[in-house]
Design a protein around this ligand. Structure first.
Ligand code: C2E
Ligand code: MG
Ligand code: MG
Ligand code: MG
Length: 288
């Protein structure tokens, strides 16, 4: 039958397309149920301030506790959630859960939550955020929202307007993944970000590339010039830490100080005087 229709090549191709579409539809259905069944959970990664190495904030990162597949990382389902529009519901779950959990932390440190572009332009985003803050009793001053440059690509004016309204509530806004993709100086100029997050790819290359060192140094001095704090993400080694420290970067996030952990939210570890400890046997950084 394949021959009759002009060769099985085309036929196989069509079938493959069909399978992919069916698989994706199934995954979206599974995700929708995952939200209803409470299979999603938030892990929190500490952000540190040098030189005291004190915890200053925690970033919420979503995971899917899948009944068969185990703990699924966000990169395996967030893109499809964005493509299908389900991210609006999923993102609402993340916001509500992060606010409810952080409101109960003894430390009262800020929490940061990642936002997708679609969430920002969804109808009533600001009203929803406001009601989440009210219902959970979360202090808006303790909430930071992380956006990437992709938020400004489709409709930059609309995104800017929504973010301004969000800031009116007392919530702060961070520019995530700066130095990757198309993140531009114009974007920094067009919106008053409260924090700039240096992309992990730049930090990763610090060891091997003089160019990356230069770019990191330039972004740090940009932060100083604009009076916007800069945090380095993805810091794993003492060498990276020493370079950043020497260049005046005092805010650090990365495996060197801690991975995203569920227990930070549940075991009451977030006490007032908590100072984060490096995992395992790590030599304290040379902070001179
Ligand atoms: P992101 O917001 O840039 O988050 C940082 C990612 O880098 C996290 O990956 C974190 O676990 C990882 N990371 C932190 N320090 C290190 C390090 O020292 N080394 C290495 N190799 N990785 C490090 P994760 O949790 O897999 O999240 C990936 C991305 O998924 C996030 O990137 C964010 O864009 C997205 N994402 C996560 N949670 C949410 C969410 O609730 N909503 C939305 N819209 N996106 C989310
Ligand atoms: Mg982030
Ligand atoms: Mg990032
Ligand atoms: Mg990212």
């Amino acid at each position: 039958r394949a021959k009759a229709s002009g060769g099985d090549h085309i036929c196989l191709y069509d079938k493959a397309m069909d399978d992919t579409a069916r698989m994706q539809r199934r995954l979206v259905d599974d995700m929708r149920q995952a939200i209803a069944r409470n299979e999603l959970e938030l892990h929190y990664q500490v952000q540190i301030r040098l030189p005291a190495e004190e915890a200053v904030s925690y970033e919420a990162l979503v995971r899917w506790r899948h009944p068969e597949r185990g703990l699924v990382p966000p990169n395996d389902f967030i893109p499809l959630a964005e493509q299908s529009g389900l991210i609006v519901k999923l993102g609402e779950w993340v916001l509500r859960t992060a606010c409810a959990e952080a409101a109960a932390w003894p430390s009262q440190l800020p929490v940061s939550v990642n936002l997708s572009p679609l969430q920002l332009v969804a109808p009533n985003f600001v009203a929803k955020l406001k009601s989440i803050l009210e219902i959970t009793g979360m202090d808006p001053k303790r909430l930071e929202l992380e956006v990437t440059e992709s938020c400004f690509i489709a409709d930059g004016a609309k995104a800017g307007a929504v973010l301004h309204a969000v800031k009116q509530l007392g919530v702060s806004i961070s520019m995530d993944d700066f130095g990757a993709g198309y993140s531009s100086l114009a974007m920094l100029n067009s919106f008053p970000f409260d924090k700039i997050k240096l992309d992990r790819s730049l930090i990763e290359d610090l060891n091997s590339s003089e160019k990356s060192k230069g770019i990191v140094r330039a972004i740090l001095s940009l932060g100083t010039a604009l009076d916007v704090p800069v945090i380095a993400e993805g810091v794993e080694t003492i060498e990276q830490l020493n370079y950043l420290c020497a260049e005046g970067c005092v805010l650090i996030q990365g495996y060197y100080y801690g991975r995203p952990e569920r227990h930070l939210a549940t075991r009451g570890l977030l006490t007032d005087d908590e100072t984060a400890q490096p995992e395992g046997e790590v030599t304290p950084p040379n902070l001179t």
